[in-house]
Design a protein around this ligand. Sequence first.
Ligand code: DAH
Length: 338
Amino acid sequence: MQDKIKQLKEEALKAIGETQTVAALEEARVKYSGKKSELQEFLKSLGQAAPEDRPKLGAMVNEAKSAIELALGGRKAVLQNSEQTKKIAAEKVDITMPGKGIRRGHLHPLTQVMEEAKGIFIRMGFEIAEGPEVETDYYNFDGLNIPPHHPSRDMWSTLFIKDDVLLRTHTSPVQIRVMEKRKPPLAIIAPGRVYRRDSDATHSPIFHQLEGFLVNKNVTFGDLKGTLTEFLRQIFGKEKNVRFRPSFFPFTEPSAEVDVECVLCKGKGCRLCKETGWLEILGSGMIDPNVFKAVGFDPEKYSGFAFGMGIDRIAMLKYGIDNIRLLYENDVRFLEQF
Ligand code: DAH
């Protein structure tokens, strides 16, 4: 019996010492010191031993039990400690590792060109006005001296919403809206989105215009030429030649289209300028007396000039972009280049 107790104790201590995880240790505890352990069974069967041996055997069992419990406690501390160490090592953050860089964005090329164009006029003393993109027939056409059924309406492929409601085909209606509310002197620019039923490499159904107009006493065509020449040189380069060509718009008389020397061939003639050496940039003219009458200004007292340009077109020419869709696809590989 004594040998048996000794052997059980040794076996338990050895097994406890060899456990590698807290879970394995728990198994060993159940096996060697739990209620159903061999040692416990042994204690129960002590009654069958000779009376004079019982105290000694009892003491031995108790001693074995406490030795096992002590070993369990000690091993538990060791294992918990090493599991903790492993966990900490696994979760360790290396603060010397380089961080992930934050990439900085920038404005869309169209926004950049729009801001640049606005800035040039603002420095000349123009102020900004805006109007609705969903516009009435009156402001988009009639007020601008474009009567219903008049052939001049064919200049715009209009997207109608209802008979007399449409998506504005140009920013010119803002002229009427501002002049209805305010009195000269006025120097206004109106940037914004416009819509037409048009779609190919150089036309998008949505695009951007910058409108401008100036009304005062004694405004001349010379003022128009000076203002627009200065604008075009600031935006395309001060060495660029500019020319004014007679043209027609219902809301101006006389009207002129303004060209800038080709940005690619510098006037020699190439594919971009259709061998002319010139690029058409904007429409302009002296505000038609009928427009002044529509807003209640006296055409005998006031005169003014107006102009309108496509911002998408200017961006494409400035940056050599050959397809307008690139401006609307928002492919980061394209946008990154600006
Ligand atoms: N609104 C014209 C267009 O979209 C552009 C334009 C031409 C505006 C002459 C003007 C102007 O103010 O005077 O085609």
